[in-house]
Design a protein around this ligand. Sequence first.
Ligand code: ATP
Length: 434
Amino acid sequence: MDVTLDTIANLAKRRGFVFPSSEIYGGIRSAYDYGPVGVEMLRNVKNEWWRSMVQEREDVVGVDTAIIQSRQVWVASGHEAVFTDPLVECRECNSRWRLDKLDDPDRCPACGGRDTFTEPRQFNLMFKTHMGPVEDDENLVYLRPETAQGIFINFENVRRTSRLKLPFGIAQVGKSFRNEITPGQFVFRTREFEQMEMEYFCRPEEAQKWFDYWVETRFRWYVDLGMTETHLRIRPHDADELSHYSAATVDIEYEFPWGWDELEGVANRTDYDLRQHSAHSGVDLRYFDQDTGERFFPYVIEPAAGATRTMFAFLIDAYHTEEVRGETRVVLRLHHRLAPYKLAVLPLSKRPELVEPAAKIAQDLRKRWMLDFDVTQSIGRRYRRQDEIGTPYCITFDFDSIEDHAVTVRDRDTMQQDRVSIDRLVEYLEPRLA
Ligand code: ATP
């Protein structure tokens, strides 16, 4: 792997993917803002997930549920009691660490102290706030730490209105919040992040079959969008790693610059959540099978990915450098569906006889594709900028274009240039950007 965390963080900041949040006030650790280029890529990641998980399937529907839900949701789900990480504090330097993520549990990574840690205490990761003007316990609410519970509490609403029969899934993309003890590695672990989760409800006896199916399907999704297969692996959780609700979990891991780490978890949540919500709410959330007359709690297979973390992994994986005529070229070989801009339209010079017709071409193409229009600096520098943000095709309008009504289309990866007639541009680009 030829890329470090700093390389990606620098590129992200320099080119408008991701900025450290609140930077003008000195920054707030672990929060990030997505810039003009980053917001496009993040949307593309989420849209591709939605396309494969919802749009292209007859057995999955989507929802978008509230971030702040009844506190009872988190009591029932078990999060209020056990959504915790083990926290230790160094007695020497007062730094705080998540014990299960330390390489050496007896050594402080900040000051190097040995046996300086306090006894671990369980730290609850949910952000607390108050609903309404009175700040008392009655009005305590949490920011959701996962999108899944919004799905479980709507199980019956969705089943009834969508008329789906088992097996079926409910998908959601949205923000989650965890007061992580040790955020870090850029956007890998932040306190505010976006998740892409789907709860797939099935008959209990079919849970293992669907579990295997979803592990495989989700692994393929990354590969189909261009992630290097050898940088991906599947790792089953050990029994002592399992979440409180899970009978089995595998992680889909990516080889990040610091080593293998989680991209997505696929869990068999059994009937835990529906049972808990039935018991706590008094509403019967069992499924009624009209064919057999049975009433039972379905099992749930959950593929849970992070949108922001996934975007980060795609950025790392796409990052390449190569020598071109004695110079180093940085190129993001992003799948065109993930690329922030599909096209850049570049008049060769700033002269109006080039800029005006080029702007007209850009205006036509914008209706179909997200594109960048750039007239600043030399053409070489503009190509480099587009390479660095992964734009698949650059369209250059030059002096000949005025006469021959054709433009040069440059391919990001091969750098090969084709001369294409302006009235055939859409026809040329459509199959390449499908
Ligand atoms: P970890 O053990 O690393 O804290 P987790 O196993 O608790 O994570 P899940 O609850 O399985 O994570 O969350 C599903 C997905 O959500 C993760 O695979 C990851 O992509 C994303 N995610 C979880 N926590 C964060 C975070 N703090 N920042 C960014 N993404 C996150």
